[in-house]
Write a protein that binds this ligand. Structure first.
Ligand SMILES: *Cc1c(COP(=O)(O)O)cnc(C)c1O
Length: 375
């Protein structure tokens, strides 16, 4: 007999995921009543609690309420979303922008609208789950290439011809903190007459002197073969996501994207907060402070077994799941929250501590963490 009590098999113990009842307070996080220094948030600039961001969200909330009530295509739209879309597009250097619920919805909807079973998708092996699932749901043939290996990608493009092909990659990779070679990829896309999707969820607000991310650093923003995706849930300190591209592309997505059409519009308080966050990112001092912290960490953490990352994501690879769990537990006892990331989120044998740095961390916080990691 089958019912909801035996539908799922018990997961293996090492894969067990439990929700941590926690509450954030700036760079601190309280778990089980214990206050810990938080090195586990993607709120890289501390904007989720910035008074101006919260005030902008609260002002919207007080005037217009909480939920948007319907899809944007029915009655959930707002002139202010259009305004923010234009602002984002202009800042990022693209013709047009579509805002929607989350990065997961953005990528799933994007890939579903762009690709079908006649399309071939070429995907970096370490791409975010939303890109992996989007590719899978689109019904396209998916070819995964070795992480960052442009030669492997070139070989696959040569072998797998089709009229419509798309290369898809994270910008800053979420679990490794390393970066896609945007110029190299765009070059291959041009040679192969393919499109290129870059999901720089972790690069926006953190990479480049002005925080515009990897695509702007490469100087290829607005290129007609290029689509950029990003989220408002990380450095923007809010929630939601954006897709950037040519006018024609974005209009095409507006007409087709099921995750935009059949989903309630992003609540206004979120994009109002995110818009204020954008102003603070553009102002520049928070981005500088984050980058100074990354620099400081790298200068002082040379004794640690770090991956080759220059970004705010600094993984310490420990190998076995047990080692990573043990280290995370020890750090927690010493007052630091650094999560152990294990397979299947990362490859087998590469369990790690994933440190994320914030503009709000002080030098002394970073020093204390390095000291705790060094024993
Ligand atoms: C976090 C992340 C997403 C998902 O974005 P959400 O807004 O959290 O759903 C998508 N892509 C990448 C690369 C990410 O790191």
């Amino acid at each position: 007999m089958t019912d909801t009590r035996n539908w799922f098999e018990a997961p293996p113990l090492t894969r067990q995921r439990t929700l941590l009842a926690s509450r954030r307070d700036g760079i601190y996080i309280e778990i089980d009543g214990k206050r810990l220094l938080n090195f586990a948030s993607n709120d890289y600039l501390g904007l989720s609690t910035h008074p101006e961001v919260c005030a902008a969200a609260a002002a919207y909330l007080n005037r217009h309420g909480l939920g948007s009530g319907a899809s944007r295509y029915v009655s959930g739209d707002d002139p202010l979303i259009h305004q923010f879309e234009q602002e984002l597009a202009q800042w990022k250097g693209f013709e047009s922008c579509l805002l929607l619920g989350s990065g997961m919805l953005a990528n799933i909807g994007l890939m579903q609208s762009m690709a079908d079973r006649y399309t071939r998708i070429f995907s970096d092996k370490l791409n975010h789950a939303s890109l992996v699932d989007g590719a899978r749901l689109s019904g396209a043939s998916v070819h995964r290439y070795r992480h960052l290996d442009l030669n492997a990608l070139a070989g696959q493009l040569e072998r797998h011809q089709a009229a419509r092909r798309i290369i898809v990659t994270d910008g800053v990779f979420s679990m490794d903190g390393d970066e896609a070679d945007v110029i190299g990829l765009l070059h291959l896309a041009e040679e192969a007459d393919a499109l290129l999707i870059i999901d720089d969820a972790h690069g926006a607000g953190t990479v480049g002197e002005d925080g515009r991310g990897l695509v702007a650093v490469a100087g290829v923003q607005g290129h007609p073969r290029l689509i950029e995706v990003g989220t408002l849930g990380k450095a923007f300190g809010a929630y939601g996501a954006y897709i950037l591209g040519t006018e024609e592309l974005i209009e095409g997505l507006r007409q087709r994207m099921r995750t935009a059409i059949y989903s309630t519009a992003l609540p206004g308080a979120l994009f109002a907060g995110a818009e204020q966050a954008l102003h603070l990112i553009r102002e520049g001092s928070l981005v500088k402070r984050l980058q100074a912290n990354i620099h400081y960490f790298l200068e002082h953490a040379s004794g640690l077994k770090l991956l080759d990352s220059k970004t705010a994501i600094q993984p310490v690879v420990l190998g076995s799941d047990e080692k990573a769990l043990e280290a995370a537990k020890r750090l927690r006892e010493q007052g630091f929250f650094v999560p152990a990331i294990r397979p299947p989120t990362v490859p087998e044998g590469q369990a790690r501590l994933r440190i994320t740095l914030s503009a709000e961390h002080g030098r002394e916080d970073i020093e204390a963490l390095i000291k705790a990691l060094s024993v």
